[in-house]
Design a protein. Sequence first.
Length: 129
Amino acid sequence: MPLLSQYARKRKVSYFTRELPKEARILEVGCGDGWFGVQLKSAGYKNYVGLDLKAPADIVGDILEWKGIGLHPESFDVIIAFELVEHVDCFQEFFDLLRPGGLLMLTSPIPHMQITGAFGPESEADQPP
């Protein structure tokens, strides 16, 4: 892997985990080759699940069909999706899977689609300006 890519991945892990408790139930949607999950697990996050359309994901399946692949409503504290939301409209599914007050972390190459925030009946989204 190119040095710049390694550096970018380390920075991404540091940024997205800086305030996450080790016991958080984390779902990464669109986990690809699983690099982020490997980093989280090696850092002591035991409740990580990666979801993707193909292996080596922990769960192979489509987020739009989450009920049929063994996921349960309001079962995650955190959902992370890197470079996904510009490909699939899955915001309702994220909302369904997050516990009230859960944290949604997204990246997108389309600037107005990037978001980090808490969601649910008790929280309001915290969007960057």
